[in-house]
Design a protein around this ligand. Structure first.
Ligand SMILES: Cc1ncc(C[n+]2csc(CCOP(=O)(O)OP(=O)(O)O)c2C)c(N)n1
Ligand SMILES: [Mg+2]
Length: 587
């Protein structure tokens, strides 16, 4: 029997398997084509994924239709790449996986994206509804839609090919509007094969108009905030990654400089203004948090990363002004005196307009006391950074990296680990917005190679990934992906032989090493050589510096195994206090 010819709506590329003579039959499209067309129609040009039943042909077709398909070795890393692409572009990053286990592997990334407010869409193929719902034991059977719901901002399933356009539109809008997050889109295998009249299919596509509409703050709320700010004696601005996401860089820059208020960037907001900006109070963080009387939060949440806005860290009670797109964020941990609800660009512009009509810059009492604290802390830090001990400690190694990175402010930085994260966050300065990607809201390990690949693919600029040896292990197999696509990613593994440090011993004297300890003297640089990448083994800051310069100049996949003193780190980096202590006394 002759089958009608299936055609993409946007190009005329045909597939061999569908290359059958079309004699006076209506032009048809199908679920596969409609998914691709719906994504392309919304300017989504890249899919991060891992193939298998039932989505292999979807990936092939996406590539044939001119989309970029970046294939990973584990779905969690593909999901993390999609999430960071979403953060960088304000367009949802798309991750494509197979059913049940592939979906679950991707779900961690989706949950992490939702927690961090990154827009992404996890698209997973799924098994036949009839069998899943009767739990009759299908290949990779799972009720994925319901499994996804608690971890996603929204979750949808499409059952009819003619609804694919709407399904994709809903997913895009849910991912990017309001507070961004992860969206799950369930595509049963049968849907992909469903055919449809091409003209009908074309009409079913939806190009999302204004996916993230501006939300203008109420004038009363803005006035309340300005009044509070004007009455402040020791004001402080806190920039969160929501502020970086908003791409309102110029308005935020002007607000900070016009008001003269010192500011603190959260880790992923670093570079929104250059870290060497005179108003940056990072080097006096504890001092300003404790001493400020009015704090303006811009896209920053008062979660654990800010000690919930209370307690010793915050010293005397203070008044908060909070700019956020989600009204439910307000009063989440402490009372907020002046909430300003809206998109960050609109809110900051409204505050700026109010301030321009007259605002007294903070007193020199306040700014000079911050400067004095900064000078003192920076001098202390400089002495630590000057160290050239061998084996390297974190400071010596990070100084070497810092000095190289200073010459290339355009390079993306990925960072995870415990000590490796905590030290690098404060030592590696950022000069441009949305260039630093790290463990984020959860303090999650495993984002490293996924974020690095997502950032390299999205920006077409080099990435330097500064990784604890434990953190690297979660996604290390993606070195093959990096080499396969020849991405300019330089991974630096801070190799201290373990989680936090490599010196723990098994108290029983048994043969197993302690829970935190890895193989001693491992050579992570050899791993990348297996895939054709360049490996380096750095034992001194001078070597580390030389290799990093060389690797960046090569613009090719490289890994530097940085040998770090196994005794240099502390338990949980700077989070030691979050570990519960055993209270039992053994006889
Ligand atoms: C998914 C996940 N699993 C486990 C942890 C707990 N954890 C926090 S930091 C860390 C690794 C720290 O070791 P490393 O990356 O080598 O950094 P170092 O402190 O040695 O520099 C682990 C396992 C986590 N945060 N996330
Ligand atoms: Mg380690």
């Amino acid at each position: 029997m002759n089958e009608p010819k299936l055609k993409s709506i946007f190009t005329s590329t045909d597939f061999q398997q569908t290359e059958l003579t079309a004699i006076e039959k209506p032009e048809l499209t199908d679920g596969f084509h409609l998914v691709i067309d719906a994504l392309k129609c919304n300017d989504i040009d890249t899919i991060f994924g891992l193939v298998g039943i039932p989505i292999t042909d979807l990936a092939r077709l996406a590539q044939a239709e001119g989309m970029r398909f970046i294939g990973f070795r584990h779905e969690q890393n593909a999901g993390n790449a999609a999430a960071i692409a979403g953060y960088m572009t304000q367009k949802p990053g798309v991750c494509l996986t197979v059913s049940a286990p592939g979906f679950l592997n991707g779900l961690t990334a989706l949950a992490n994206a939702t927690t961090n407010c990154f827009p992404m869409i996890l698209i997973s193929g799924s098994s036949e509804r009839e069998i899943v719902d009767l739990q009759q034991g299908d290949y990779e059977e799972m009720d994925q839609l319901n499994a996804a719901k608690p971890f996603a901002k929204a979750a949808y399933r499409v059952l009819k090919a003619e609804d694919i356009g709407i399904g994709v539109a809903r997913a895009i809008r849910a991912a990017v509007s309001g507070r961004p997050g992860g969206v799950y889109l369930d595509l049963p295998a049968q849907l992909l094969g469903q055919s449809l009249d091409a003209a009908h299919g074309r009409k079913s596509l939806v190009r999302v108009v204004e996916p993230a509409p501006r939300q203008i703050p109420s004038p009363d709320a803005v006035q309340r905030a300005i009044d509070l700010l004007k009455g402040a004696k020791r004001p402080l601005i806190l920039l969160g990654k929501g502020a970086a996401y908003a791409q309102a860089d110029a308005a935020i820059h002007t607000l900070v400089e016009t008001s003269g208020i010192p500011y603190l960037p959260m880790s992923m907001a670093k570079g929104l203004l250059p870290d060497n900006h005179p108003q940056c109070a990072s080097a006096a963080r504890s001092f300003v948090l404790a001493e400020a009387d009015v704090v303006l939060l811009i896209g920053a949440r008062l979660n654990w990363l800010l000690a919930h806005g209370k307690g010793k860290t915050w010293g005397a009670p203070k008044k908060f002004i909070q700019i956020d797109i989600a009204p439910t964020e307000i009063d989440s941990n402490v009372a907020v005196a002046a909430p300003v609800i809206g998109d960050i660009g609109s809110c900051v512009s409204a505050l700026l307009a109010g301030i321009k009509s007259g605002f007294n810059k903070p007193s020199t009492d306040w700014t000079a006391s911050i400067q004095a604290r900064k000078d003192k802390n920076l001098a202390k830090m400089a002495a630590m950074l000057d160290q050239n001990t061998v084996p390297m400690n974190f400071h010596g190694a990070l100084r070497a990296i810092r000095d190289v990175m200073k010459t290339r402010p355009d390079i993306n930085v990925v960072n995870e680990g415990a000590n490796t994260l905590d030290f690098a966050r404060s030592i590696i300065d950022m000069y441009e917005p949305r260039k630093r990607f790290d463990s984020g809201t959860w303090g999650i390990m495993g984002i490293g190679m996924g974020y690095a690949i997502g950032a390299a693919v999205t920006s077409c600029l080099p990435v330097v990934a500064i990784e604890g040896d434990s953190a690297f292990g979660f996604s290390g197999m993606e070195l093959e992906t990096i080499c396969r696509y020849q991405l300019p990613v330089v991974t630096i593994v801070f190799n201290n032989n373990g989680v936090y440090r490599g010196t723990d011993v098994n108290p029983t004297g048994g043969a197993d090493v302690a829970p935190t300890v890895f193989v001693k003297g491992a050579r992570y640089d050899k791993m990348i050589e297996a895939f054709g990448g360049i490996g380096y083994n750095a034992t001194t800051p001078a070597e580390l510096s030389k290799f990093l310069i060389e690797a960046i100049a090569a613009n090719k996949p490289a890994l530097i195994n940085a040998v770090i003193d196994e005794a240099a780190g502390t338990e949980s980096g700077r989070l030691t206090n979050l570990n519960p202590a055993s209270t039992a006394t053994k006889k």
